[in-house]
Design a protein around this ligand. Sequence first.
Ligand code: ZN
Length: 318
Amino acid sequence: MALCEFKVFRGAIILPLALLLVFSLVLPGCKKAEQEFTFAFLTDIHVQPEKQAAEGMKKAIVEVNKLKPDFVITGGDQIMDALSQSAERAGAQYGLFAETSAGFNMPVYNTIGNHEHFGWDEENSGVNPEHSEFGKGMFLNRMGVVNGQPSDKPYHSFDHKGWHFMILDSVGRRESGNYYGFVDEAQMRWITEDLSKVDKKTPICISVHIPFITAMTQLRSGSTAPNSPGIVITNSKQVLGLYAGHNLKLVLQGHLHFLEDIYVNGIHFITGGAVSANWWDGPRNGMEEGFLLVECEGDSIEWEYVDFGWNVEPAEKK
Ligand SMILES: [Zn+2]
């Protein structure tokens, strides 16, 4: 903005006709500068009372605050696990996340991960499905707050400086109790309705926990290896089809503790590493504990993976 003001000042001391010309050249530039912004994407934090995870998360938050992004999106699995835990253990992890995430200096939008689902593994959790916070309920009550208001759904959208952000729920449940990557019909109806209110030219960013697309399995197991239903959204084609004709630019994904950027048809599908790297046991396959800093300018993006400097002492590793 200082540069814009300087240009305007220069314009004020030359002839009125030139002044008009300078303003017409300078003002669009100033407007564009206002549309540049950054946000942070922190996925797979897996906070827990053990392994100094809360201290690690605090260190990540200090780094985020230094970078001053406009807001933070979490990518799911903010806690270690609620799937197979008692109400007390699950609640303690949610409490630890709430307490620690209060350190962010900017708004935080939470995406639901598979591990946020309370008690779904009934055999190991011992949780009765009649429990008021069973499944997605605990997330909605404790992490689903949107702009200070409790949300009754684990998905929502918001606008920021010309972009439209959609936080989606990618976690379905089998009758067996196992989770899998899935976007249900009610959410697909909501996506359609939400998109109907978005200008076709507006750049769109999606945050989702279980990826739509990944190359991880093929890189590790060979080019013909299939993804399991727990790795990717099983109905990704139908969900992405809803965005046809819209300006989808960026899909942020978590779950895999893997860092990749698949750029296809003008869309970046970025799997954003993991704040906890190898679940707080140190780097995972050489990938450090880190998060994404995304810079938006117009409808293009740049990103970097920020290593916030967390190191696990050898004695603390398994
Ligand atoms: Zn996950």
